[in-house]
Design a protein around this ligand. Sequence first.
Ligand code: GLN
Length: 208
Amino acid sequence: MPPTVGVLGLQGGVREHRELLEHLGARVTLVRAPSDLAGPDGLRVDALVLPGGESSTIDKLLRLFDLFEPLRVAIAGGLPTLGTCAGLVLLAREVVDPAPGQRSLQVLDVTVQRNALGPQVDSAETTLATPLGAVRVAFIRAPIVTRLGPGVDVVGTHAGRVVGARAGGVTGLSFHPELTGEPAFHSELISATGIPPRGRRLVPQVRI
Ligand code: GLN
């Protein structure tokens, strides 16, 4: 049985994550309601992806669809999770420059500054050195990590800024590996479910 990976499907770059995960052999379910995440028998997904988009909008929709608390509890309870860009903002304990009333799930002990990499690197594609090797990724109005809590590891730096962090099974990235078809982080997420990914590189479907 392939692992089931839930992709939060309320707003943002959902399709690209889905395609990359399916390419790597996972079954993907879109999470849009609490019942997509868990049922009477417990969790319905083996891992989770929080895509990029607009974090303040996703936050509002999470609360509108009663997903905020179930998601927080599931991730805090150990569900392997990968957040990209707005997904990193959602994971963070603290957000600098939030939109009015914006909240975050506070499941990764970092402080992030929204839109820190700003328009000058809008749509920039670059190669980063990471613990998973060199990865080809894209930045789009990306946040940066300005504080790392105890036990949180750096996953990547870009122009001297921290652009990826992880603690336990929770990884937050400022950048988008899914837009360049970079499989390393999604493969790692699938591996965290105990089932190995197929491990082939996806020919990029999307160019920015
Ligand atoms: N700037 C966006 C935010 O704060 C993130 C951008 C992205 O996900 N590409 O949510």
